[in-house]
Design a protein around this ligand. Structure first.
Ligand SMILES: [Zn+2]
Length: 536
């Protein structure tokens, strides 16, 4: 999410979500921190959405609501996907959503002192768009997520030279995930031919796993299967919904005969069935994992199936994907993924694309964005190699604030708050670090519950303390340790001044601290200690 501000006008670009890392158990996703906008909600003149991927629209239902539903701006598929998410999040809010649909890339939209313009970009979902934001001081050019589709001879379909004519100075903000990608991506024709040949050769079913939002890719599969007279079944809630939205808008026109319900796929011969499903990243609840682990209602893997992974591995998911691949290789004899054949074209630019984009738009300032720091630095170095003035390249961090003034573009000292805002079953919160820490302790060290029952009049122990543990040590093998803990608690209670028992909190804290230390000295583990004092 990027915020642009001019006097009392604010324009926002994208409201994405981030998926949790491995050390964030129980967290569903992370959304942008909008503390900076508190008290400025009325200034927000509009939110532009570059395209419908979750890392660009995923936080929209929550953040739009928090901001009092400022107008949303985007192309049709993006808007449909946002509407669907808002409706999913709180059904009655759909009527509060104000939409300014971009009808043509020539549209200009006035948003306070900003004038928004648009330009075509290529990406792995329809209706991706680049944005220009003109202000009295200069123009921002932001490509959103983009790539340059090329033919075998390297020629491209889209030119960006018109962007050198924007009001100067211009700042090019460029997604740089491809900053270390050499060479060119496979052409769409190469990819399509590969798909056709795999689907044609398959003697059994073809199962293709990808992202729910890779609408473009799914469209090709549907077309390829249709051409070969095979049927296509979709599985995965997000995928079915996205394809339904894209079909409604006429972006996909599947032959009625081609599409079948996943639960009817058994009615057709195996070599006539293509299944497109979610879960290429090994996501636990996605369709592919259910199929592979035998938990799918209708689809069980067969030796004759051909399984295709059609998406690149998101960093951090490697191990999960390797595990699911092992599982597939045990059950099916044909597995295809990017390492073996081009069955996937990245939606992100390569080094050459970045060079060409800078060359065609000739910006005054260049700011690589939307990727890990190391990609951004690589993009900076790449531009420098091409002769771009290094004083005019800025590498932002999350929360960085830049100012464009008559003096040019400068990095300001302050940063805006960017602490993670977590979303989980409990709701939305930026104070869930405590909950998260508890979950980490429970996951890594387990817990031990110490129950002491005391007479409320005398402060005497009524019975032996009870010790219960989960995920810490196996009780049967550690009888001595548990007995020692029990003795220690007993001693603490016996030795304590009965008067202090008026303060149950105090004794609970004592037990937590001392038993915690004792266990650490014996085991070098720090399980969560939960003292319970019962008065009878
Ligand atoms: Zn994207």
């Amino acid at each position: 999410m990027t915020i642009f501000e001019y006097e009392n006008d604010i324009v926002i670009l994208d409201m994405g979500l981030q998926f949790p890392e491995e050390n964030m158990p129980g967290i569903d996703y992370i959304i942008p921190n909008i503390k900076y906008l508190e008290g400025k909600e009325k200034n927000v003149k509009g939110v532009i959405f570059s395209h419908g991927h979750l890392d660009h629209i995923g936080a929209a239902p929550i953040l739009l609501k928090k901001l009092g539903y400022p107008p949303v701006i985007g192309l049709p598929l993006t808007i449909e996907m946002i509407k669907h998410r808002v409706e999913d999040y709180s059904r009655n809010d759909l009527k509060l959503l104000k939409v300014l649909q971009v009808k043509s890339l020539k549209d200009k939209i006035k948003l306070g002192k900003f004038t928004a313009g648009f330009f075509q970009v290529e990406h792995s979902i329809m209706d991706s768009v680049g944005t220009t934001l003109e202000t009295p001081l200069g123009t921002i050019i932001h490509a959103g997520d983009w790539t340059m589709e090329r033919e075998e001879d390297g020629s491209t379909h889209v030119k960006y030279t018109q962007l050198k004519d924007v009001k100067r100075p211009s700042v090019l903000m460029l997604e740089s995930l491809g900053a270390i990608k050499q060479g060119r991506h496979a052409t769409h024709k190469e990819l399509y031919d590969n798909l056709i040949s795999i689907i044609q050769k398959a003697k059994g079913r073809v199962i293709i796993a990808t992202f729910g939002s890779q609408v473009e890719r799914v469209k090709w599969v549907i077309t390829a299967a249709g051409e070969l007279g095979k049927r296509v079944a979709l599985d995965g809630y997000s995928m079915k919904k996205n394809i339904e939205l894209a079909s409604k808008l006429g972006y996909i026109k599947p032959d009625k005969k081609t599409m079948i319900d996943i639960h009817k796929s058994e009615d057709y011969p195996d070599d006539k069935v293509v299944i497109v499903c979610t879960g290429a990243q090994g996501e636990e609840n996605a369709a592919l994992n259910r199929i592979v682990s035998g938990q799918h209602r209708t689809i069980k893997l067969k030796k004759t199936d051909t399984v295709i992974f059609s998406s690149s591995v998101i960093p951090g998911n490697e191990r999960t994907i390797q595990r699911i691949k092992d599982n597939i290789y045990r059950q099916a004899d044909h597995v295809i993924h990017g390492d073996l054949m081009d069955v996937h074209v990245s939606g992100h630019a390569t080094r050459q694309d970045i060079i060409d984009m800078i060359d065609q738009t000739k910006p005054d300032y260049y700011m690589p964005v939307y990727a890990n720091h190391f990609f951004l630095k690589e993009a900076k170095w790449l531009a420098e190699e091409q002769g771009f003035n290094s004083n005019k390249i800025f590498v932002p961090d999350n929360g960085s604030v830049f100012e464009l003034s008559s003096k040019g573009l400068t990095l300001r000292k302050e940063k805006v708050p960017t602490e993670y805002v977590f979303v989980d079953g409990l709701g939305v919160s930026d104070s869930q670090h405590v909950v998260l820490r508890d979950r980490q302790v429970l996951a890594e060290e387990g817990m031990i519950v110490v129950i002491t029952t005391v007479d409320s009049h005398t402060g005497q122990l009524v019975q032996n303390p009870d010790i219960i543990s989960r995920g810490f040590v196996f009780l049967k093998d550690n009888k001595q340790l548990i007995e020692d803990v029990r003795k220690k608690v007993k001693k603490m209670v016996v030795e304590s001044d009965p008067k202090t028992w008026a303060d149950t909190d105090q004794i609970r804290n004592d037990i937590r601290d001392k038993i915690g230390q004792f266990i650490f000295s014996k085991t070098e583990k720090r399980p969560m200690v939960l003292p319970v004092v019962i008065r009878v």
